[in-house]
Design a protein around this ligand. Structure first.
Ligand code: FAD
Length: 321
């Protein structure tokens, strides 16, 4: 069996998703190390998207009736045809709403081992996947055998940059398989915008687990109001439901680069830093003077965040009169 890796491209509204490039970068590394090819399955996309997939060794397109918009039935049939034609050792699919439909169906139909929630995958004599469990509290390594197998990759687990390299992959197109057509695409309903766009803010007051409770976020909101800022948060707060997902900064959240990033009770884990390190000025408040956030902060205070918030809010109120 060749060491080929098949990456299932994901696109919406005519745009390839970041997860495609994240997986492609990883696939390229694995292919280079194992002497195989990084192949992209591009189902139902327009030909222009092939130009964006320069990092791939080959792109296999499948287009035709019923593939214009995502449809689990027709896309699964198309993916099955690509897997049949290419016989990859590893199939990488995004652990996304679309990818969940595809990966599990492919694995069941072809009786392949399948690992979900994957942060990483390695390919040697056997294929091993590292999956995140219990909201990131523990990681589990699964031996998927010698292949073929399927992995569902978490968004943000790898950098997308390597997957955006220039190049001229070989292209091939396969005919769209005829499917019974029981499922029809009707309409794409976009989620309501509604919430603040933290990527567009000049000042962010970001809170971490050090805030202690959902009710205490009010302290940060008061300060944010005085600063004309928005409140953002680290992942544990979003996982706990204390702030909406739209406010999450970091690897699996949003990348922000405001003029001022005020980090309150945030330890400075690499996954958080990834999302805010390009802020023009970073001010950190943490009661632990050894907290890693101080390694990236331009200004730091080893202090209790509640004391700092209170004093700062009062000072700003006084100045406004
Ligand atoms: C694949 C993956 C993706 C991830 N993606 C993200 C992501 O997108 N964003 C993200 O944030 N995390 C992400 N994480 C989680 C990340 O690893 C950390 O667990 C998380 O960032 C920690 O959040 P925190 O700093 O708020 O909490 P903690 O690490 O618990 O830190 C709390 C801090 O508050 C301080 N503190 C406590 N009380 C006070 C007080 N009264 N005043 C001042 N300081 C106080 C403590 O000293 C401590 O430093 C991800 C993890 C994985 C594995």
């Amino acid at each position: 069996m060749a060491n080929d890796i098949l990456v299932v491209a994901e696109h919406l509204g005519g745009k390839l998703s970041d997860i495609t490039f994240e997986m492609l970068g990883k696939a390229k590394d694995l292919a280079q190390a194992g002497g195989g090819s990084a192949i992209v399955a591009l189902i139902g996309a327009d030909a222009g998207m092939v130009d964006e997939l320069g990092a791939a060794d080959a792109v296999v397109t499948v287009a035709g009736d019923g593939l214009g918009d995502f449809n689990p039935e027709t896309y699964n049939a198309a993916l099955g045809a690509v897997v049949e034609a290419k016989s990859p050792r590893l199939v990488m699919v995004g652990y996304t709403s679309m990818g969940m439909d595809l990966a599990s169906t492919l694995a069941v139909k072809r009786d392949l081992p399948h690992a979900t929630f994957c942060l990483d995958v390695e390919m040697g004599d056997t294929i091993t996947a590292t999956s995140q469990c219990y909201g990131g509290k523990i990681n589990v390594t699964t031996d998927l055998g010698t292949g073929p197998c399927v992995v569902s990759m978490l968004s943000g687990a790898a950098s997308a940059d390597a997957g955006r390299a220039q190049g001229t992959p070989a292209t091939e197109s396969l005919p769209a398989p005829v499917t019974p057509g029981k499922i029809r695409f009707k309409q794409l309903i976009e989620p309501e915008a509604g919430d603040v766009d933290i990527t567009a803010q000049e000042i962010l007051v970001a809170v971490g687990r050090g805030i202690g409770s959902k009710d205490d976020i009010e302290v940060a909101e008061d300060l944010a109001e005085e600063l004309d800022a928005a409140v953002a948060g680290s992942r544990p707060l979003i996982d706990a439901g204390w702030l909406p997902k739209t406010r999450q900064v970091g690897k699996s959240g949003l990348k922000v680069s405001p003029k001022l990033y005020l980090a309150l009770g945030i330890s400075g884990a690499p996954e958080h830093i990834e999302g805010m390190k390009s802020s023009a000025t970073i001010v950190a408040v943490n009661s632990d003077k050894h907290a890693p956030i101080f390694n990236v902060a331009h200004y730091g205070m080893a202090a209790d965040l509640f004391d700092v918030c209170e004093e700062l809010t009062e000072a700003l109120q006084e100045r406004k009169g």
